[in-house]
Ligand binder design. Structure first.
Ligand code: NAD
Length: 451
């Protein structure tokens, strides 16, 4: 049986044709880890793409043909900028010239763990001031179910234009994994949920031009919830394996060996690995958008809260390991030289947001340790960005630096670190990532017995 889609309203049909012909002018608001890769893919697909950001340094970099995001090659930005398909501006009025606009601004948590939608609201207000018939607006920022129709739609409709009839509105969660060379903005399937069938059809037409696979769901709320399921799934499973690591610690079993052996089961198991705690802009934050939202309907999201407690305590367990390791050499934390290796929130990237290294370093410093660090991706750590409040600079990873340290702590296992050198020259090592293979008398691993 063949089904035919209902005809699109006139304004939607006009935009659909422009998208198909690549004559639509497309825009991205917020040119960070999510927005810049998306803008580059849209330009690659042949659209004249305008990025809008409040940060003049980012705008200037793009207009010089330079990338500032590790996963986006400068050669792509330069090529599309020179071809006249990629430019950036701080001017909100440029929305008036666009046919589509994707919103990729931050969605952090307040100190109270409540959602902070202020960036989304101000970006939407900026778009509302220049809203015109036929515009397609897509929210990509991770947020709680209901944001698109309860927060974004009313702001956009204030001027009298109606979503689904005069302009079009959808939610499409960003699923980018910074540093992942296999799965990129282009080949990770894109979920779209439009307010009406026409909104979904247009969002699919935009992404279909630049992204390999587009999957439609029935509403923006479903699309919002998909993203929160994905990130909650990770947070909860990491919480589970972190708790297992603590059990293994007590029982004298290596959690690393257990997980690797369990991962040989060809069905019904997916390996997650323990570590020093969650980091980044997504996994530690997004699940709390959901737990906040369901409180409104009298529901307590117990898995999310529990995973938050377990994962939030992991930096302290790393500090406990450092204390035990120093103790085994008859040393106290106070006065010890501690060299931290890898301080970005995950391997091989430069993003420091929510990095557990900051807590590990902060607690150790508070206990009186003298902290230094080495990270090939983070040359400087400003005092305002960690609890220790002093500016630090990455020290070279030399024999002398390793020998000088009373304890070396591997927080983030960058591939570029020379683990043979570390193993040979460090007096004591606390390894929170199983970066050092095998058992060694001077290596204390998270979730494994001391040898
Ligand atoms: N980074 C990731 O790995 C990732 C992955 C999936 C989803 N997300 C989600 O995507 C969203 C964006 O995250 P990000 O990591 O790209 O953030 P980011 O901080 O790297 O970039 C956001 C950009 O938005 C700009 N901005 C803020 N308010 C603005 C406004 N009113 N007008 C114009 N520009 C504005 C900022 O200057 C910044 O350049 C968040 O909701 C995040 O949860 C991020």
């Amino acid at each position: 049986m063949t089904t035919t889609s209902p005809p699109l309203p006139t304004a939607a049909e006009t935009l659909r044709q422009k998208l198909a012909a690549r004559t639509a002018r497309v825009g991205v608001v917020g040119l960070g880890y999510v927005g810049l890769p998306l803008a580059v893919e849209l330009a690659r697909a042949g659209f004249k793409t305008t990025g809008i950001d409040l940060d003049k340094r980012k705008v200037d970099a793009i207009n010089r043909g330079e990338s500032y995001i590790q996963d986006v090659p400068t050669k792509d930005v330069a090529e599309f900028h020179e071809a006249g398909r990629l430019s950036a501006t701080t001017d909100p009025a440029s929305v008036a010239t666009l046919d589509t606009v994707n919103i990729c601004v931050p969605t952090p948590l307040r100190k109270t763990k409540d959602p902070d939608l202020s960036y989304v609201v101000s970006a939407v207000e900026m778009i509302a001031a220049h809203l015109h018939p036929g515009l397609l607006v897509i929210l990509e920022s991770t947020t709680y179910p209901g944001t698109t129709d309860e927060v974004v739609q009313p702001i956009l409709e204030k001027g009298g234009l109606k979503a689904g009839r005069d302009f079009f509105l959808a939610f499409s969660p960003e699923r980018v994994d910074p540093g992942n060379e296999k799965w990129t903005t282009k080949n990770v399937p894109k979920i779209v949920g439009g307010l009406t069938p026409a909104c979904s059809a247009l969002a699919k037409a935009l992404y279909g031009a630049s992204i390999d696979t587009v999957i439609e769901v029935s509403s923006p709320k479903v699309a919002e919830m998909v993203k929160l399921l994905e990130n909650t799934f990770r947070a909860v499973n990491i919480g589970l394996v972190n708790e297992l690591a603590l059990m293994c610690d007590r029982l004298g079993i290596s959690v690393w060996e257990v997980v690797d052996a369990a991962a040989t089961k060809p069905f019904g198991f997916m390996p997650f690995y323990p570590g020093p705690g969650l980091g980044g802009h997504c996994i530690p934050i997004d699940p709390f958008y959901l737990s906040w939202k369901v409180k409104e309907v009298g529901f307590e999201a117990r898995f999310i809260e529990l995973a938050g407690h377990v994962n939030g305590a992991m930096p302290h367990h790393v500090v406990d390991k450092v204390t035990d390791a120093l103790n085994s050499h008859g040393k106290a934390v106070r006065g010890a030289n501690v060299l931290v290796l890898g301080i970005s929130y995950k391997r091989d990237i430069d993003d420091m947001r929510e990095s557990p290294a900051l807590d590990v370093m902060g607690v150790l410093q508070q206990k009186g340790a003298a902290i230094s660090y080495h990270d090939p991706y983070v040359p400087t750590l400003l005092g305002r960005d960690w609890p220790g409040s002093v500016d630090l600079h990455s020290v070279p990873l030399t024999t002398q630096a390793l020998e000088r340290a009373d304890c070396v702590v591997i927080v983030t296992d960058h591939k570029a670190l020379d683990y043979t050198l570390i193993l040979r020259h460090a007096k004591l090592i606390v390894d929170s990532r199983n970066a050092i293979k095998g058992a060694h008398a001077h290596v204390f691993k998270l979730g494994a017995p001391a040898t």
